[in-house]
Design a protein around this ligand. Structure first.
Ligand SMILES: Cc1cc2nc3c(=O)[nH]c(=O)nc-3n(C[C@H](O)[C@H](O)[C@H](O)COP(=O)(O)O)c2cc1C
Ligand SMILES: Nc1ncnc2c1ncn2[C@@H]1O[C@H](COP(=O)(O)OP(=O)(O)O)[C@@H](O)[C@H]1O
Length: 314
């Protein structure tokens, strides 16, 4: 798959079918658009192209307003897995806010991408003041001779699949619904940092994660997770919270990795959220906290390590 990171670098002369959007999460609705694009390209011997943005357009106007479901790297990998031939991933910058719908279509989609067909969602908007929409695109398609396919909203249980709804589900810790709408389990990536070193004294060492500020952190609480370390996969008991029993002051994301005993400070690891077990509690003694940790890890051992089935979500 070709990856192009600036408008000036695009110079595609193959006949192409393309889909445009931010695609944060590449959720089940996005997947429909992308699969249609790939299939149409295959059937018609064309190139399948995704045109997307590096940063969220809404964050251009209100910085840090929206947190991402996927990093750009993860998003690009998903496009590749879905069979896309070329990804154009460009910054949403001042130029994007000033270009007219006509110029966007003519100078980028026609002249640089050689698009013969454009597949978009019903609520897609683009160009200055969001003046471009499916109707405008249909009008321009007659002028420049391309085809437009508008895909109706994908709904599950009568709720439209959208990145904003999925963000809310992640913040609510509703992992079953997250998986239903996203199509896969939510994951976060972070670096293992030093903390208070209390975990190992309790008999439960925990890998404390530092994550990028634009990452969406699930609701506080205790979770069963899958832990990816280099090429290895383990199960973990993750706590997102303030550790009230030991009077913690800042939010930590920490994981006791089952059947694991290695120093991983400084490594990047990924957590896949499988099941939310409970809220964080303030215990009256360290002994009670230890008993609860034993209970949590036993549960994960029985339900995940023994079954080795990451998708058993109750
Ligand atoms: C699975 C799991 C569940 C936890 N549950 C709680 C809890 O309910 N209440 C609490 O105060 N701390 C809880 N903790 C946090 C412990 O207090 C913490 O792991 C310990 O203080 C070690 O901290 P350190 O990594 O900074 O050394 C939990 C930790 C894990 C891994
Ligand atoms: N089973 C395990 N789960 C998590 N971390 C482990 C495990 N075994 C060893 N470690 C190592 O121990 C560190 C955590 O020990 P801990 O005493 O909790 O210190 P800290 O307060 O720095 O997190 C981890 O960062 C990791 O390098």
């Amino acid at each position: 798959m070709d990856i192009i990171k600036s408008i000036d670098e695009i110079n595609n002369t193959d006949r192409s079918v393309l889909t445009i959007g931010k695609f944060d999460g590449v959720h089940k609705g996005h997947q429909v658009l992308i699969k249609k694009t790939v299939e149409y390209a295959k059937e018609n011997n064309m190139k399948s192209v995704v045109f997307t943005f590096k940063n969220h357009p809404a964050n251009y106007f209100h910085p840090n307003h929206i947190k991402d479901i996927l990093t750009n790297e993860e998003k690009i990998n998903m496009f590749s897995d879905l069979g896309i031939d070329m990804v154009v991933i460009v910054p949403f910058d001042e130029k994007m806010t000033k270009i007219s719908a006509n110029d966007f279509v003519k100078s980028i989609l026609m002249d640089r991408l050689n698009a013969e067909k454009i597949i978009i969602g019903h609520d897609f908007s683009f160009a200055r003041n969001k003046e471009g929409n499916p109707e405008v695109l249909k009008t321009l398609s007659k002028k420049y001779n391309f085809e437009v396919e508008v895909v109706e909203p994908i709904k599950i249980n009568d709720i439209r699949v959208s990145s904003s709804y999925i963000r809310k589900l992640i913040l609510d810790g509703d992992l079953y619904k997250v998986r239903t709408y996203l199509g896969y389990n939510y994951k976060i990536l972070g670096k293992v940092i030093y903390s208070k070193q209390l975990g190992r004294k309790l008999g439960f060492p925990t890998a404390n994660l530092e994550v990028k500020p634009d990452i969406l952190i699930p609701k506080k609480g205790i979770y069963a997770t899958k832990v990816y370390i280099d090429d290895e996969v383990y199960f973990g008991a993750t706590n997102i919270g303030y550790n009230p029993t030991v009077k913690g002051t800042k939010l930590s994301i920490e994981t006791h990795i089952l059947q694991f005993n290695r120093d991983i400070y400084g490594k990047y690891i990924q957590l896949e959220f499988l099941e939310r077990l409970r809220d964080e509690k303030k215990f009256s003694s360290i002994e009670e906290l230890k008993n609860q940790l034993e209970f949590d890890t036993n549960y994960i051992y029985k339900n995940y390590v023994c079954k080795n089935d990451s998708y058993v979500i109750k």
